[in-house]
Design a protein around this ligand. Structure first.
Ligand code: HEC
Ligand code: HEC
Ligand code: HEC
Ligand code: HEC
Length: 196
C-alpha cells in the first residue's frame, strides 16, 4: 500500500486513514435497520422461483424475465400500509407499463392456474398425512412408514416454495413444482395402500 500509493503516487496519509472518532450512535436504529440480522432468509422463496433452479423431478426453468434481469423493484411499486409501515407491493399494472394491456389479464390467469394447482396439492397433502397416521396406528412396517414420510416431506417442500414464494414469480416452474409435490404425496399414499 505505502510503497505504491504514498511513495509512487503521492497519496496523503489521510486519504486512507480516517481519524477515529467515538461518535454517539443510536443503538436502536443500528439494529432496526439491519433487517437481515433477524430475518436472515427473507424472500428466499421469491428469489428461488425467479431463478428456477433444477430440483429433484423438476428441470431448471428460470422466470421469463430472469434473462433481462427485471428485478423486484420493476413490479413492486404500489405502496401498502402493513401494520403501520409501508411495503411496496407487486402490482399487475406494472406489467402493462412494460408490455401490453393484455398482460393484466395474463397475470389474473396465472393466479387462477396456480391457485388451482395449490388446491390439488393441498388436498393430496392432507390425504397423505392421514394415510401416514393410519399406517402408524395399523402398525405397518417402520421402513414403509419412513419411506412414505420422506416422500411427504419432499412434497411439502415443493408445496411451500410455491405457497410462500407466490407462483406469479414464475408460473411455469411453479406449476411443475406443484405437480411434483402432488406426485410425491400420491406416491406416499400408494406406498401405504399397497402395504395395507
Ligand atoms: C492507499 C491507502 C493508504 C495510504 C495513502 C496510507 N496508508 Fe497507511 N495503511 C494502509 C493500509 C491498507 C494499511 C494496513 C492496515 C492493516 O493491515 O490493517 C496501513 C497501515 C498503516 C500503519 C500501520 C502499520 C503497520 O505495520 O501495522 C501505519 C502506522 C500507517 N499505515 C501510516 C501511514 C502514514 C503515516 C501514511 C502517509 C504517509 C499512510 N499510512 C498512507 C493504507 C494507506
Ligand atoms: C431484532 C430483530 C428484528 C429486526 C432487526 C427486524 N425484524 Fe422484522 N420482525 C422481527 C420479528 C420477531 C417479527 C415477527 C415475526 C412473528 O410474527 O412472529 C418481525 C416481523 C416482520 C414483518 C412481518 C410483518 C409484521 O410487522 O409483523 C416484516 C414485514 C418485517 N419484520 C420486516 C422487517 C424489516 C424490513 C426490517 C429492517 C428494516 C426488520 N424487519 C428488522 C424481528 C426483527
Ligand atoms: C415481473 C414482476 C415481479 C417481479 C420481478 C417480482 N415480483 Fe413479487 N409480485 C409480483 C406480483 C404481480 C405479485 C402478486 C400481487 C398479487 O397477488 O396481486 C407479487 C407478489 C409478491 C409477494 C407477496 C406479497 C404481495 O406483494 O402481494 C412478495 C413477498 C414478493 N412478490 C416479493 C418479491 C421479491 C422479493 C422479488 C425479487 C426477488 C419479487 N417479488 C419480484 C410481481 C413481481
Ligand atoms: C421493467 C419492465 C418489465 C416489467 C415491469 C414486466 N416485464 Fe415482462 N418482460 C420484460 C422484458 C424486457 C422481457 C423480455 C422481452 C423478450 O424476451 O422479448 C419480458 C418478458 C416477458 C414475457 C415473455 C415474453 C412475452 O412477451 O411473452 C412474459 C410472458 C412477461 N414478460 C410477462 C410479464 C408480466 C405478467 C409482468 C407483470 C407481473 C411483467 N412481465 C412485468 C419487461 C418487463
Amino acid at each position: 500500500m505505502h510503497e505504491k500509493h504514498v511513495a509512487e503516487q503521492k497519496a496523503g496519509c489521510f486519504d486512507c486513514h480516517v481519524p477515529k472518532q467515538h461518535k454517539k450512535t443510536n443503538y436502536v436504529e443500528a439494529i432496526r435497520q439491519n433487517c437481515a440480522a433477524c430475518h436472515p432468509e427473507q424472500h428466499l422463496y421469491q428469489a428461488q422461483l425467479i431463478e428456477g433452479p433444477e430440483r429433484e423431478g423438476v428441470p431448471k426453468t428460470p422466470g421469463l424475465m430472469h434473462e433481462v434481469t427485471t428485478n423486484c423493484l420493476a413490479c413492486h411499486v404500489r405502496k401498502k400500509d402493513l401494520k403501520g409501515t409501508v411495503v411496496l407491493q407487486g402490482d399487475a399494472r406494472t406489467c402493462v407499463s412494460c408490455h401490453k394491456e393484455g398482460h393484466l389479464e395474463m397475470i389474473e390467469r396465472w393466479k387462477k392456474e396456480i391457485a388451482e394447482g395449490i388446491k390439488q396439492a393441498v388436498a393430496l397433502q392432507k390425504e397423505a398425512f392421514q394415510a401416514i397416521e393410519q399406517a402408524q396406528s395399523d402398525q405397518l412396517s417402520p421402513e414403509v412408514i419412513n419411506e412414505a414420510r420422506a416422500l411427504y416431506e419432499k412434497g411439502l417442500k415443493d408445496l411451500h416454495l410455491v405457497q410462500y414464494g407466490n407462483g406469479v414469480h414464475n408460473k411455469k416452474y411453479s406449476l411443475m413444482v406443484l405437480n411434483n409435490a402432488s406426485i410425491n404425496f400420491e406416491d406416499a399414499i400408494i406406498l401405504i395402500e399397497d402395504e395395507q
